[in-house]
Write a protein that binds this ligand. Structure first.
Ligand code: COI
Length: 355
């Protein structure tokens, strides 16, 4: 694939204080775009970051044909520049595309686009550990048409920006609130696709949680309203009596890449892991018995987010001693060591892109 590159004539100032970056507020100098029409992708190009012009009737704005991904670039081993498991993101984007009747992408083409874009803006990759260049591949439906059917034209774009922690708490433990009025997704719906509507659907509960002093929402399944699914923008894991339990991938939760990486690490450490339905009652019971050892969220943006407190209806429980647990700490340290090239990468998760 030949990507036409138009460099910016007005490079922006790169923020100097990595830890003050927050998340998702600063964008690098360039973006990648490519169009889909007549059943194929064409015109791959990198241009200066800036507004996209579109018809107000563009179908993505009306019927939600939008999918996206999130991955990160790091300064890793031997001063190289690395992406973490990028093919997993592209595979997931293609699954999301199928579910929303959108066109699939050629994974090699996307890898080329990621490499070109990230290397062009490589000075934007933060050097501080825990910070990275967040990459947001996105696809939107572009037909100017106000009827409900799949669009025939699409825009695929990739934007990037330097980030620090996603949640204000960083790696410090958070308090979460179990949604009992709203649900995030139902099996057979689009909960396992990374599409904008799932995030819009989460906002009302998120605001309820915030009002009551909690930072994230614990989602229960939509049918029985008993089984835990996700937390905030992450998958969630519970360590009960030595076993780590997380919800199975049955269609309503997002198949997280960090989730998959954590399960792989846990298995390699011989920590029992089980992907099975876990009810909120079982969690409350474990807390009463003193066997609820650790709870943590896993996600690309947040990495690992330990949980110190869970509210459910009128009950509030503390997890362990209310501090980050040793297992969450070990997972966080190991993932960071792999990503920043300070430790081994036994699974070949880091893809070097600057050589
Ligand atoms: C990620 O973890 O990368 C996500 O896409 C979550 C997003 C809402 C920031």
């Amino acid at each position: 694939m030949v990507i036409k590159i138009t460099r910016t004539e007005k490079p922006k100032e790169i923020p100097k204080d990595d830890l003050a970056l927050g998340f998702g507020k600063v964008f690098s100098d360039h973006m990648f775009l490519m169009d889909y029409e007549s059943l194929s992708w064409s015109n791959p190009r990198i241009i200066p970051y800036g507004p996209i012009s579109m018809d107000p009737a563009s179908m993505c704005l009306h019927y939600g044909q939008e999918i996206f991904e999130g991955l990160k670039a790091y300064h890793g081993k031997d001063d190289g520049i690395y992406l973490f498991r990028p093919r997993k993101n592209i595979e997931r984007m293609n699954r999301s595309a199928k579910r929303l009747m959108m066109p699939e992408l050629d994974p090699d083409m996307v890898i080329d686009a990621l490499k070109e874009l990230v290397l062009l803006d490589k000075d934007w990759i933060p050097t501080t550990e825990g910070c990275s260049l967040y990459i947001r591949p996105t696809m939107i439906a572009m037909d100017p048409f106000l009827g409900v059917r799949p669009s025939n034209t699409y825009l695929f774009f990739i934007i990037t920006g330097p980030v620090a922690a996603y949640y204000a708490e960083g790696f410090n433990p958070v308090s979460i609130y179990t949604a009992d009025k709203y649900v995030r997704a139902v099996r057979g719906g689009v909960g396992d696709a990374k599409t904008a509507g799932n995030y819009a659907a989460s906002l009302a509960a998120q605001m309820d949680a915030k009002k009551q002093g909690y930072s994230q929402v614990l989602w229960l399944d939509a049918i029985e309203r008993r089984y835990v699914e996700e937390v905030g923008t992450m998958n969630i894991m519970f360590k009960i009596a030595g076993e780590v339990i997380t919800a199975p991938l049955k269609g309503s939760i997002l198949p997280g890449i960090t989730r998959d990486s954590v399960i792989t690490l846990l298995k390699s450490w011989n920590v029992p892991v089980s992907e099975r339905p876990l009810s909120i009652d079982e969690i409350m019971e474990a807390s009463d018995k003193g066997t609820l050892e650790e709870v943590f969220g896993t996600g690309t943006a947040a990495i690992i987010s330990p949980v110190k407190e869970i509210a459910y209806k009128d009950k509030k429980i503390q997890v362990g001693d209310g501090k980050t647990g040793p297992l969450a700490q070990k997972i966080y340290d190991t993932l960071l060591a792999i990503q920043y090239g300070k430790g081994e990468d036994p699974y070949g998760w880091c893809m070097r892109i600057d050589k």
